[in-house]
Design a binder for this molecule. Structure first.
Ligand code: TYM
Length: 325
């Protein structure tokens, strides 16, 4: 029996290797059957443009970032013949279902969301869309009878919100409309650190872009904050090593780090080589795909058609359950 997989990325800027290892790589691996041997998935991968609208409020930029993200999806190996690739705003059922959920979700419950609490702690005057973010995300997930949601650690709470909202809806409306989704979070890459050791994040300016040029890789790696990790680490710069492990196994890295203990420059140069060797083919694939914008638009059109069929069927069930139909 095939399981339903759904996940999304916000088009808020160039994806970085944290997005890739934490989530996007799993999209491709699971699409291609490289997950647990017995499981195969119907994959739904989308561009969360309405979520991004909380941040990107410039039409040209939104258009460009959206097309860019679809190119990124294709370049890492998402295949429109195997996966439904679409953008959120092309499927109105997402926002319609979010409204239905709004009527059963309370404000104190949403105030417990990490993202809201962070914004509040920084005294930011947040918009209603940001406050409501988890509700739209619950709609994204629940519309497709999703079983699994591959994400990084920072999205775990959002998947829990989706589960809670599904349970609450089913309970209030005495139905079994929504399935309970599970996150897929790989422990070793749950939170990929950035070049300053904090979580890699577009908003911290500490990223290595997934399609970075060699120069960009070089610049970012040379800026990695080196900390010898204390005497017990034996001259191994922790941040460099942790990053390196994304690209090579510990066994492969051991001799390099033993021979060059304390020699940060040599270790960083080796890291640049390994990141570039990994990114180069992706970068080249992306460049080729970028020459055919029509193809990207077609992928989104087909994806929207397929996603709308599924989402509308589920929305209809929800509308019957609440009694507007
Ligand atoms: P977004 O666009 O912030 O990030 C996309 C994915 O990348 C993961 N990620 C990381 N993983 C490991 N280490 C990191 N440093 C790191 N930084 C980011 C995120 O956990 C995410 O999986 N709310 C979502 C978008 C979304 C969504 C959905 C996802 C909207 N609706 C429905 C799943 C299902 C977001 O902001 O992701």
């Amino acid at each position: 029996m095939k399981k339903n997989l759904l996940s999304g990325v916000k088009p808020t800027g160039r994806p970085h290797i944290g997005n890739y290892f934490g989530a996007m790589k799993q999209f491709v691996d699971l699409q291609d059957g490289r997950g647990q041997a017995s499981d195969s998935y119907d994959c739904h991968l989308f561009v969360a443009d309405y979520h991004a609208l909380n941040l990107i409020q410039d039409a040209e930029q939104m258009r460009q970032l959206t097309l860019d993200l679809v190119l990124d999806y294709l370049a890492i190996g998402l295949d429109p013949k195997k996966s439904i690739i679409f953008k959120q705003s092309d499927v109105p059922a997402h926002t319609e279902l979010a409204w239905i959920f709004d009527t059963i979700v309370t404000m104190p419950y949403l105030m417990r969301a990490h993202a809201y609490k962070d914004a509040e702690a920084k005294n930011k005057e947040i918009n209603v869309g940001t406050f409501n973010y988890p509700v739209l995300m619950a709609a994204d997930i629940l519309l497709y009878d999703t079983d699994v949601v591959p994400v990084g650690q920072d999205q775990k709470q959002h998947v829990e919100y989706a589960r809670d909202i599904a349970l609450k809806f089913n309970h209030i409306f005495k139905s079994e409309t929504f399935k309970l989704p599970e996150p897929i979070i790989l422990e070793s890459v749950a939170t990929v650190p950035g070049i300053d050791g904090r979580k890699m994040s577009k908003s911290y300016n500490n990223t290595i872009p997934l399609f970075a040029t060699r120069e960009e890789i070089q610049k970012a790696v040379m800026a990695i904050v080196t900390d010898s990790g204390g005497p017990e680490a034996g001259g191994v710069p922790t941040n460099v090593f942790v990053m390196h492990k994304l690209f090579k196994s510990e066994a492969e890295l051991k001799p390099l780090y033993e021979t060059n203990a304390g020699k940060y420059k040599i270790l960083k140069e080796a890291l640049v080589e390994d990141i570039d060797a990994f990114i180069k083919p992706l970068r080249e694939r992306r460049e080729k795909l970028a020459s055919d914008v029509k193809n990207v638009i077609k992928v989104l059109e087909d994806g929207a058609n397929n996603a709308n069929i599924k989402a509308n069927a589920k929305l209809l069930e929800a509308k019957k359950a609440i009694g507007v139909i």
